[in-house]
Write a protein that binds this ligand. Structure first.
Ligand code: ADP
Length: 241
């Protein structure tokens, strides 16, 4: 599923969070939105998801203008920084959640749900946690469950907002490699937000550098790293988190 962002703008009061952004993401790519805090990355991701509405411009999935579609109609899976798992549900119930809330017509039956959840838990290598509660898992494990939950509805697009931001450095490094492997396996068009240039360079096929609501550079990790487009990108890549 390709994504086109055309002249998209989002204000919060007088503040311009996303400033006439144009962006084109190819089907199957793993793209990083990289930039300092407050540069508009999360807002852009939420606009793509339909969690925020654009003030102007269009968002297009595979040629179709979906700017006015509700989040539930867009076919996106979303992963939040703080997992957002349901505390009172088991891991199995958490992953199954997106399937059980579908309208009856589209809802898989119990056996199909079980099959799909089992497969997803195997994919994230946590099948042994099905009957546990999120509080019994580590942060890294919780985020893998959140990923399985996002994938349960077979999203056309997977969107991840600082997915490793709440984890310590060692687990973060592990999950980066793990997200890369997972993506190589399932090839779903994915966009993740990060303020960590190492993370973007290591994980992404493509890096979109943002600053003050605008795109400063858009390219492969090699292009961005070898040829920073301007002094901002050069300096930002030189900073250590
Ligand atoms: P980033 O993800 O790059 O850190 P954000 O997209 O979260 O940046 O935020 C960009 C700017 O928009 C920030 O200055 C933030 O304070 C502001 N902002 C984001 N969401 C809201 C909101 N719901 N209401 C008001 N201001 C917001």
């Amino acid at each position: 599923m390709s994504i086109q962002v055309e002249q998209v703008r989002k204000n919060f009061g007088d503040f311009v969070a996303v400033d006439n952004v144009n962006l084109s993401i190819n089907s199957g790519e793993l793209t990083a939105l990289l930039g300092p805090s407050g540069s508009g990355k999360t807002t852009l991701l939420r606009l793509i998801a339909g969690l925020e509405q654009t003030d102007s411009g269009r968002i297009i999935f595979h040629g179709e203008d979906i700017s006015h579609q509700h989040v539930s109609e867009r076919g996106v899976g979303f992963v939040f920084q703080h997992y957002a798992l349901f505390k009172n549900m088991t891991v199995f119930e958490n992953v199954a959640f997106g399937l059980t809330v579908k309208p009856r017509k589209f809802r898989p039956n119990a056996a199909e749900i079980k099959k799909r959840v089992d497969r997803l838990l195997q994919l994230v290598q946590l099948d042994w946690t099905a009957d546990r509660y999120p509080s019994q898992l580590s942060g890294g494990q919780r985020q893998r469950i959140a990923l399985a939950r996002a994938l349960a509805v077979e999203p056309k697009v997977l969107l991840l907002d600082e997915p490793f931001g709440a984890l310590d450095a060692k687990v973060r490094a592990e999950l980066r490699r793990w997200l890369r492997r997972l993506h190589d396996e399932i090839h779903v068009t994915s966009v993740f937000v990060t303020h960590d240039q190492e993370e973007a360079l290591e994980v992404a096929d493509r890096i979109v550098v943002m600053n003050k609501g605008r795109i400063e550079q858009d390219g492969t990790p090699e292009e961005v790293y070898d040829n920073p487009a301007n002094p901002f990108v050069y300096e930002f890549l030189g900073t250590v988190n």
